[in-house]
Design a protein around this ligand. Sequence first.
Ligand code: ADP
Ligand code: MG
Length: 698
Amino acid sequence: MYQKNSAKTEIAYIKGVGPKRAEAFNKLGLKYSEDLLTVYPRMYLLKTNIRSLAKNHDINVIFKGKVIDKYLPFKPKQPTRIIISDGTASIESLMWGNTFYREKQFKIGDEYIFWGKTTYNTYNKSVMLDIRDHKKFEVTDDDMLKYPLIPVYILSEELKKTWVKPLTLTKIIFNALKSEAENIFEVLTEPVRIANDLLDHKTALLKMHYPSSEAEVEKVRQTLAFEEFFYLQLVIALRKKAYSETENGIHFEKIGENFEKLFNEHLGFELTSAQKRVIKEIISDMRSTKPMNRLLQGDVGSGKTIVAVFCILVAIENGYQTAFMAPTEILAEQHFKTLSYYINKLGINAVLLTGSQRKKEKEENLTKVKTGNASVVVGTHALIQDNVVFNNLGFTVIDEQHKFGVIQRAMLRSKGTNPDVLVMTATPIPRTLSLTVFGDLDISIIDELPKNRKSIKTALRGETERLKIYDFIRKEINAGRQIYIVYPIINESEKLDLKSAVIHYEILKNDIFPEFSIGLVHGKMPWKEINNTIEDFKNKKINILVSTTVIEVGIDIPNASIMVIEEAQRFGLSQLHQLRGRVGRGAEQSYCILMADKTNDISYERLKIMTETNDGFKISETDLKLRGPGELLGTRQSGELKFTAADLATDGDLLIKARESAFKVIDEDPQLRSYHNETIKEHFLKYYKESSELIKIA
Ligand code: ADP
Ligand code: MG
């Protein structure tokens, strides 16, 4: 049975909106009256009378009052003082802004709704109302003042253009709540609500807008946040169920002699116990007939590539091809070389496929892939194009997944018949995020670095220390080390930034380090050229590599032991951690020097964590708190992460509870057929229809 309110009310028909304002709302993605219900307040105003203000200051208040007196300033740029009374007492308020305008605006005897923040004047021990922002008083009807707390919402620029003032918006949303109230249905089942100590949906929603006290808000918000998480996790649970139920995956039976040979003869180092553990986890998936979907997470330098190599060998020995997809051409090339280094010794060949390859080379490679002559194919997203046909694809490795979408993952998978999928990510991401973005994958974590690593020493330095740093670099180069110097390139200002990297390269080369060999790489260079320079750096023909973030991931040059990052404050913390991971790969002590403006307290504080820890998980958690999931993951997937009540950075426990509940529901009733799950099914079909099309829900 479907809900009766299938006809939604257009936003234009809400009292106080009309076509012009409706357009502005539409631009914000708000189309129907019900959409306004999940626009949550930014803050609440406490309804009060002036007499009680004396006890409560430094709070946001609202009251109705009359202007009973006013004093114009003697000098320009000083505030107009007005005295407001609500019949119980009076309060003084300072009005900043154009005196002439104020003079005309406030007539003695006029009545307004006033709101603002009260401040306590220690000088004459009085409480004042700070309405510096001239928008903070409006004429509105008394209806609003029935509630103890009045919500105020974020007012976008679009809405401001249509003369919507803060309390007008409050009124509009109030009207929407009034007209939609009878259409607010429960979204969870009672067992789920009871198990998680949640309010019913309608109470929670109404109280979110009009709570009885500020203390109540958090409990109410938790219910709404839980609901948001629950449905996202329900989609994930269904997706996961859909392919883990298939028994048509590949059963990789053999672990043959190549695996043993690499392990015993060619490796040159002992695998860490974490590496051994994850290899076991992956291979046990490969042996099962259910298709594998696994995420391999590990901090930079934890040795993920070699783990992939072992698994690739298993695929090959069972007669299947492997596709290895990387986000950039440089990375694809690097992986190609590393893989080839290990598998060529075993008489196995890999081919490389990238967008910029010459036609002839590409065609030869495509033929090798098609005929099965190439066992391993490494490439960029060129791999998912139509012209790439595999002979017998059985295993896929996707590096740096969050730069790819879920769709690309599915496209690569469709090149074979239920191949096993291993996703690798070098950015350690907080658990809350991985349960969301990678929620349908099983997770293996390498939580240990190879033993011979010395932890990188990170320092935060300012301009005044630059010469000392150059001396240090000189000393290290003379001792045989190599150096990275990184400049930021960040979208809009790209051209300017690029210029800055190039100019600094010239200066470093000609004026500062004329005695050394210096190379430059940046994203606007042809990738062949980048590769050649990186090769030269690897072969120690270059002492200092000046670069932009093109070297962020995948480059493995153990002899490079110092990285200087210029204008470090312009990078995200996780990105700095990735960059820093380019050093500390050899036996020597490594250093990362973050150059930043020491006078800017905020960015300096933020960067300090880099000097305090080398733990990528800790860093990305801080990053999540400071910048949000969109920035941390790249914008591509942030669409999936738009929560209105929930906050990924702080609601981790709630997310896990919601996930457990959602998975339990789907475990017990995979197609939501049971009568008890009717509410969930209806809500799911109504709001998550796209996802339901992927999944068999009758
Ligand atoms: P990640 O991709 O996880 O950042 P890599 O796979 O690039 O790390 O490995 C980093 C470096 O460590 C490589 O030079 C690799 O050969 C080396 N390495 C990997 N595993 C070990 C190990 N168990 N002991 C010593 N060195 C290792
Ligand atoms: Mg399998």
